[in-house]
Ligand binder design. Structure first.
Ligand code: PLP
Length: 462
């Protein structure tokens, strides 16, 4: 089976790449120069003919996470699979030997056309609508500071947003007088998508300009009805901005189908690419394309200025936002390789696996902790994600207790999770705390049983 790096290099380029990487053909046998020798074990291939269990076991062999721990905090950052890691290492060696050679040898052109096209195909859009970013924060800042908000304009946001959105939003508030309207979304009583849509709908006024929400809020791990919220925004002439930090690599995404205007996502979390990689979708087709000013760009005079930044006349908006000086091309290519691997495994298959495992975890938590535990992530298929937030203690506002619980789980039992803090109801005088467990494609039911047993053990002694 060809690996991603091999597929990226056609025969002609392959010869040049091997030459550049220092791989010399001697007497017909290829030998790696010491600098390029791989130190890792053989990269396992993806084989769809295997039974379900063996298939996932093979996928799991792609990961080299320290076996002394069970890493369940992908929500903060993921882990690169072996194939991605090895390719990344090779790319860095190419660039170290030939600083100007990477673009040529890996078939990257100045506009990153081929790579944006590949990304677009995987996320339901065209190359003119998708860019590489450093992370979700970078994408959200690009959008929020690029939209021409004015004093008195109102942005609706859920009451469970991340600081990566809250920080630029609060700058807009202090700098330009933008009004932030936090909308309370249902948590413990969530049963239907309409409840979430209604919550936003009720708050729309003549001052509203945009709705910003996390597709999967990091605090509770609930999957919000993104398509319905974007439709609500569109029907009311509002701009939709989605924080999709936890979605790329976890669930299938089709930006056009979702109908959002902007979608910022991470490459380093569930997509398991290198650090400081992400993607940003900027809708560039259809009506009412929002005006967007670049805040961090180097091509304004070439792309936007000649047409007075008129969105309807800019054919490739992503070229304007994507190129920002010299890039970390090895990292971007390695993220593409991770995407490539996900496609090979099947994004639908990954989503089904992750959600099944997560639902299993929720059931096991309920069995183990019974009614005394608060489960903040509903076990309802349409709202399920790979994040599960729960608090096993009666006093959910006791921060020290949950901190100790999470700490001891790592130190004594080797399970790495985190805790989150939020207001269950908007304006609650006290914060609510939850432990948050991430389950991904490199976990299995045994590890889920393991974390539940370990949590139960710690809980019993507290
Ligand atoms: C909902 C949400 N948005 C944004 C971010 C920031 O992501 P990044 O580190 O990719 O900027 C996080 C990080 O955990 C998050 O949970």
């Amino acid at each position: 089976m060809e690996t991603a790096i091999e597929r990226n290099i056609d025969n002609k380029d392959r010869r040049r790449f091997l030459k550049l990487a220092g791989i010399a053909a001697a007497g017909g046998a290829i030998t790696l120069s010491t600098a390029c020798q791989s130190t890792s074990k053989k990269v396992p291939s993806i084989d769809h003919s295997l039974s379900e269990n063996r298939f996932w076991k093979r996928v799991q062999e792609q990961f080299i996470i320290d076996p002394k721990q069970v890493y369940m905090n992908i929500g903060t950052t993921g882990a690169m699979p072996l194939r991605v890691l090895e390719n990344y290492d090779q790319y860095n060696r190419v660039i170290a030997r030939h600083p100007m050679g990477f673009m040529d040898e890996m078939d990257w052109d100045f506009g990153m056309n081929k790579q944006r096209e590949l990304l677009g195909k995987q996320f339901g859009c065209t190359k003119d609508e998708i860019i590489f970013t450093r992370n979700t924060t970078d994408g959200l800042n690009t959008v929020l500071f690029g939209l021409p908000f004015e004093r008195g304009d109102e942005i609706l946001l859920s009451h469970h947003e991340h600081v990566s959105a809250l920080s630029p939003l609060n700058i807009l508030k202090d700098r330009f007088g933008v009004v932030l309207n936090e909308v309370e979304i249902p948590v413990l009583d969530l049963e239907e998508s309409d409840q979430v849509v209604e919550a936003f709908k009720k708050q729309i006024s003549h001052k509203s300009r945009a709705i910003l929400f996390s597709h999967i809020p990091y605090k509770t791990g609930v999957r919000l009805p993104a398509r319905d919220i974007c439709k609500l925004a569109r029907d009311n002439g509002l701009i939709s901005i989605v924080d999709g930090a936890h979605c790329s690599g976890m669930i299938e995404l089709d930006f056009r189908e979702m109908g959002c205007d902007f979608y910022a996502a991470s490459g380093h979390k569930w997509q398991c690419g290198p650090g400081a990689t992400g993607i940003l979708y900027i809708r560039n087709h259809g009506d009412n394309l929002p005006l967007l000013w670049p805040q961090n760009s180097c091509l304004y005079q070439f792309v936007s200025q000649p047409v007075h930044n008129d969105r309807s006349k800019i054919s490739d908006i992503s070229s304007l936002f994507g190129l920002r000086g010299q890039e970390n091309y090895p990292a971007l290519q390695a993220m593409l390789d991770a995407c490539d691997l996900w496609e090979e495994i099947g994004r639908g298959r990954i989503e089904a696996y992750v959600c099944e495992l997560s639902s299993y975890l929720k059931k096991r938590i309920k069995q183990a902790f019974g009614k005394s535990a608060s489960l903040f992530s509903p076990d309802i298929p349409e709202f399920t994600s790979g994040l599960t937030s729960f608090n096993p203690f009666p006093d959910v506002s006791d921060q020290k207790k949950i901190e100790e619980f999470v700490d001891r789980l790592k130190k004594e039992m080797g399970y790495v999770i985190r805790f989150t803090e939020f207001n269950l109801r908007k304006g609650d005088p006290k914060s609510t705390y939850a432990s948050r467990i991430s389950t991904h494609l490199f976990h299995d039911q045994k590890q889920v049983d393991g974390v539940v047993e370990a949590m139960y053990h710690i809980w019993k002694t507290m």
